[in-house]
Ligand binder design. Structure first.
Ligand code: AP5
Length: 243
């Protein structure tokens, strides 16, 4: 599997497909409030709690959440060529090639609701992605949720999602109400084996971005190895420093 295998996927066909995915993703965003702040990046290893904390940040900033993981899963669900190509990488715990991700983000940032910045969740994940982003948007802060590897595996293997609302639960740390338990799903990449590859990809390709953003004075580190509520309080403190 190499970048060439998906080369040329960002074609007019893929653009049409992107618009369908976008319509799906826009349903979950909230109206944009007045803000002088640019985009915020939510950064951290797989399972750090980015998706869990994103809702709180959306409420506080009124910026729409832009999750590349959600966009890719929507493409997989559609069974489109890009989705099928991306699925191979996702199931193997590898990063999807930069050109595909950057294409998705370039299109997404052209939407009206992105005019005053967005909350990036799971993007950028490589230095080339961050360099491309720097050319098309202003990142005002990067909130890094820091969690050690040994806590990550339990979090990911126990994660469950409500397909109707998109809400994220955990069998132990955030149990779902009994009335919806039966409809919860588990992501195909949430296996112990895949988590190890995802952590390897994180340490090799994504973690160096923390220094990259720190050098630019944008990184805010948060201890993510605490309860969901405690991490939420730290996230709120970080946001109050930004706004
Ligand atoms: P993506 O969907 O972005 O996955 P990820 O970064 O691996 O992050 P997760 O969604 O797994 O975790 P999270 O930090 O959101 O944690 P959550 O809040 O759910 O990407 C999936 C794949 O798509 C990638 O592997 C890659 O192939 C591809 N991809 C996506 N973006 C890409 C890009 N930019 N470039 C290239 N490829 C890309 O929490 C996890 C669990 O822990 C939940 O069950 C939750 O309830 C629980 N939990 C949360 N916080 C706590 C806490 N404080 N204490 C206890 N439990 C907690």
């Amino acid at each position: 599997m190499d970048n060439g295998s998906v080369g040329g996927l960002w074609s007019p066909l893929v653009r049409t497909e992107y618009l369908i995915i976008l319509r799906h993703c826009l349903k979950t965003t909230k109206p944009l409030g007045e803000s002088m702040v640019g985009s915020i990046v939510l950064f951290g290893p797989p399972g750090a709690g980015k998706g869990t904390q994103a809702g709180r940040i959306v409420e506080l900033t009124s910026k729409p959440q832009v999750s590349t993981g959600d966009m890719l899963r929507a493409a997989v669900k559609l069974g489109s060529p890009m989705g099928l190509a991306a699925k191979e990488y996702m199931d193997a715990g590898l990063l999807v090639p930069d050109e595909v991700i950057i294409g998705l983000i370039q299109e997404r940032l052209q939407e009206d609701d992105a005019a005053q910045g967005v909350l990036f969740d799971g993007f950028p994940r490589t230095i080339p992605q961050a360099e491309s982003l720097e050319k098309i948007a202003t990142v005002s802060s990067v909130i890094s949720i820091e969690v050690p590897d040994d806590a990550i595996v339990d979090r990911i293997v126990g994660r469950r999602m409500d397909p109707e609302t998109g809400e994220i639960f955990h069998v132990q740390f955030k149990p779902a109400p009994p009335e919806i338990e039966g409809r919860l799903i588990q992501r195909p990449d949430d296996t112990e084996e895949t988590v190890r590859s995802r952590l390897e990809a994180y340490h090799n390709q994504t973690a160096p971005l923390a220094d990259w953003y720190s050098d630019r004075g944008l990184l805010i580190r948060i201890d993510g190895n605490a309860s969901i509520n405690q991490v939420g309080v730290s996230v709120e403190r970080a946001i109050s420093r930004i706004l």
